[in-house]
Write a new protein. Structure first.
Length: 190
């Protein structure tokens, strides 16, 4: 296989969401249009996160190589005229709001888009695990007219999920912020 020429390599091994995206964004600012950034990460969620971030900002996600438990992402910086301002999903629900609804007996559709290991070690009671990378291919399991609360560790991955769901015709989705990193209520775990 031909080796891809890169202009900079960014080491994000051992970092979890949102840090690989945050550091990638900063590294891209230092590159010239057309240059390629290689991001090396060990977080499985980085696969969906960096593809999603690239698409939302106009940069070209060239591809991915997986080697020895590390994901090597290749992203080409777009021309300034081709970049897009990163948008956030407008509708949010706070951790407190979700807890209050659950405590009052409301039955909520909670989609947890973290990786399975994160989900296993603690989740909102009743949440369904659907890693962000699997969400699009499982859309047929959900009613586009229902209300969904989407959660991740910090609100970044769930923001990407909410944007994708909205683009696919789901008009009643809420990003749960700040997410599981600051969830102080009851949790379920395996």
């Amino acid at each position: 296989m031909t080796e891809l020429s890169v202009n900079q390599t960014l080491d994000c091994k051992g970092l979890a969401c949102p840090l690989p995206v945050v550091r990638t964004k900063k590294a891209m600012e230092a590159l010239n249009a057309g240059e390629v950034l290689e991001v090396v990460a060990t977080d499985k969620g980085s696969v969906a996160d960096l593809k999603s971030w690239s698409g939302r900002t106009g940069h070209q996600y060239i591809g991915l190589k997986e080697e020895n438990g590390a994901f090597r992402h290749f992203i080409r910086k777009a021309e300034a005229s081709d970049t897009k301002e990163e948008m956030k999903h407008a509708v949010i629900a706070t951790n407190d709001e979700v807890h209050s609804k659950l405590a009052s007996g409301d039955k909520l559709h909670i989609l947890d888009v973290r990786e399975p290991a994160e989900f296993a070690f603690g989740r909102i009671p009743g949440a369904i695990s659907i890693p962000l990378g699997d969400l699009e291919k499982r859309l047929n399991q959900f009613d586009p007219c229902a209300e969904y609360y989407v959660v991740c560790r910090t609100g970044n991955r769930s923001d990407s999920a909410c944007q994708m769901l909205s683009a696919k015709g789901f008009h009643n989705v809420k990003n749960v912020t700040p997410g599981m990193s600051q969830w102080t209520y009851e949790i379920e775990n395996d």
